[in-house]
Design a protein around this ligand. Sequence first.
Ligand code: ADP
Ligand code: MG
Length: 267
Amino acid sequence: MSTVTMTEQEPSTTGTPMVRADRVRKSFGRLEVLKSVDLSVEAGEVVCMIGRSGSGKSTFLRCINHLERIDGGRLWVDGEVVGYRQRGNRLHELRAKEIARRRTEIGMVFQHFNLFPHKTVLENLIEAPRLVLKEPRDVATDRAIDLLGKVGLASKAKAYPRQLSGGQQQRVAIARALCMRPKLMLFDEPTSALDPELIGEVLDVMRDLADTGMTMVVVTHEMGFARDVADRVVFFDEGRIIEDGPAAQVINDPVHERTRAFVKAVR
Ligand code: ADP
Ligand code: MG
């Protein structure tokens, strides 16, 4: 059976979760986008998030990645309270610099690839490791080339983004995120801007990444991918996760009527 809207999370028994949300709330003005989100993602888990447009999925990912500030509840990444430093039982708000540092530990891939158009693929990959991690050029370059090989684009190091297909650009975006050695990867509908024939190559790269043990939270409506790759699927509905369970069960035999209707519509 899947759990349905937990009100209180049990402490993890398998170590520190990579992500833990406890009654997370977020509003934009009077619009309450996240009403009470509860979620726990263990290290090494792949969790797919599904749900209607506007249900709060992107906002939740942005909260995990310090791009939005939550209004209530509590959010942790790898045991650290998002936005705060904990000393004893007191919380101190983080400065921008410390938030920026924590953000470097989380990779994010968006629907639109956001590559730098005037830089080559290789320059796109080594930019952040050089500027943010202060890595020497040869170290950053070696890893970038290795990662380009892993996403099947070793021959494109010197190409510019506009010379690549959408699927190739998205694979570059994934490699670029991995260059920062993230401990967590967030994907926000990474294939929904792609032509259908290019979706598979991006999902294959994500599947390979999952096989390496990377912790991944993936907003996607690719049900085949979710069923094959995700450990769990969670269903967002109006700012809450109302269903959370093993992928096959949530997709094939959801508990909630709303999940059932949604899954039927996207299948
Ligand atoms: P989803 O990703 O599930 O489609 P979003 O998290 O993008 O949902 O959006 C949830 C709701 O929050 C939508 O109604 C959206 O218009 C609103 N929203 C998102 N970001 C902002 C913002 N920065 N300012 C105001 N409203 C926003
Ligand atoms: Mg979204």
